[in-house]
Design a protein around this ligand. Structure first.
Ligand SMILES: NC(=O)c1ccc[n+]([C@@H]2O[C@H](COP(=O)([O-])OP(=O)(O)OC[C@H]3O[C@@H](n4cnc5c(N)ncnc54)[C@H](O)[C@@H]3O)[C@@H](O)[C@H]2O)c1
Length: 374
């Protein structure tokens, strides 16, 4: 029998809590949590049932009784915490974006390689069974050669000038906001599903809310309106691209689209068929043909084996976002135990994403096409 992994979670906001649930679901023990203050860590430890609260995240990263460190803090802390944890011999689950730029992501990758430890990055939309089915259709050649990859990722939680978050501040969130925060998920998911790699991009970024109330509240909440401050990161990104394999594509990314909560949508068009996936309706996958379109409902009995593996409840009993996280963490821990689960996003995927973000920023700045470092 495998020994129970001992886990520490740094950052107990929106996603730290999702991680804590997934840790338990995977049969591990939540040994410690760290938050922005010792007092909020104590509160979170009580709420999440952790054995103890750490004084701070740096202490948690190297705590002797922790085997795996989950980094769920604001983005600027990812690199120092991940490197410290890896150098202390821990396995790491580090939130995206892996670092503030591609150089930082590469430093984390070097630390993971030197330590010989697993580092997994929660590109969790890969864990929708319908996504795996679409990927299997592409891989089997069922859609024919792919021609066009397109879609959008829209949210509305930063639509008002009264909305603020640490994500808006480039020192904390990074120079790209909307694209690095959610466009990175779209690119990861579409590259994963299609098997294509984005070769070059042309990007237009726009800050449509030029000033925001300072306040920096938790994710997906409206901050108390304080003094206004200028905004330096983008609310909207429009990106068109070409893939190494010869398809073209585009994505619209926005955190200011009223009515859209977490709508990651993609379409993959091949010569013989297409697939359409909507993260807010993840139980269904549209499969388009010239002769008619069918809707496949998640059903382990009729899906590709890799999709059926991730279907944890029978058809008609809806799976969602938390299930993706539970499945992702279970696969990350399986990798720590020595297996190689198909489709686990690891440090190389985090580096890849950071390179796409850097190319998007360079393209927007120079108004030229920019290659993505392979
Ligand atoms: N993979 C996904 O689907 C997904 C979804 C949401 C967020 N994220 C990522 O997770 C990270 C956190 O985002 P969030 O939405 O949970 O933000 P959040 O604002 O809800 O939570 C961040 C937490 O970090 C804590 N924190 C701040 N400074 C800290 C410090 N020095 N030490 C320890 N904790 C500290 C804050 O108190 C807060 O509880 C970000 O990197 C974000 O990009 C990923």
């Amino acid at each position: 029998m495998r020994e129970q992994l001992r886990v520490g979670v740094a950052g107990t906001g929106f996603i730290g809590r999702v991680h804590a649930h997934a840790v338990r679901s995977a049969g591990a023990r939540l040994v410690a949590v760290a938050a922005s203050t010792p007092e909020s860590a104590r509160r979170a430890a009580g709420e999440l049932g952790a054995d103890r609260a750490e004084t701070d995240a740096a202490a948690l990263a190297v705590a002797p009784d922790v085997d795996v460190v989950h980094i769920c803090t604001p983005n600027d802390l990812h690199e120092p915490l991940a490197v410290a944890a890896l150098e202390a011999g821990k396995h790491v689950v580090c939130e995206k974006p892996l670092a503030l730029d591609a150089e930082g992501a590469a430093r984390i990758q070097a630390a993971a390689t030197a330590a010989g430890r697993v580092l997994a990055v929660p590109y969790v939309y890969r864990f929708h069974p319908t996504v795996r089915h679409a990927r299997a259709l592409v891989a089997a050649g069922d859609l024919g050669p792919l021609r066009l990859l397109h879609g959008s990722y829209q949210q509305d939680w930063l639509a008002s000038p009264d909305d603020d978050s640490w994500r808006v501040d480039p020192e904390v969130g990074g120079r790209s906001r909307a694209f690095a925060d959610i466009g990175s998920h779209w690119c990861d998911l579409v590259e994963f599903t299609s098997g294509h790699r984005i070769a070059r991009v042309q990007a237009l970024l726009s800050t449509v809310v030029p000033e925001r109330a300072s306040g920096g509240g938790p994710a997906f909440s409206t901050a108390a309106a304080g003094d206004r401050r200028p905004v330096a990161t983008e609310d909207v990104a429009l990106v068109q691209f070409e893939t190494v394999e010869g398809a073209v594509g585009s994505v619209v990314v926005s955190q200011v689209s009223p009515g859209r909560k977490n709508r990651l949508w993609f379409e993959i068009d091949g010569a013989d068929g297409g697939v359409v996936f909507d993260q807010e309706q993840p139980e269904r996958l549209e499969i388009g043909r010239r002769t008619g379109t069918t809707v496949l409902f998640r059903d382990p009995a009729t899906m590709a084996p890799d999709a059926a593996r991730l279907a944890t409840v029978p058809a008609g009993h809806a799976q969602g976002y938390q299930d993706c996280f539970d499945l992702f963490v279970a696969d990350a821990y399986a990798a720590i135990a020595g297996s190689t689960p198909d489709g686990l996003p690891t440090v190389g995927d985090g580096v890849r994403s950071a390179r796409i973000v850097d190319a998007v920023l360079a393209s927007a700045r120079t108004r030229t096409w920019q290659g993505v470092t392979p």
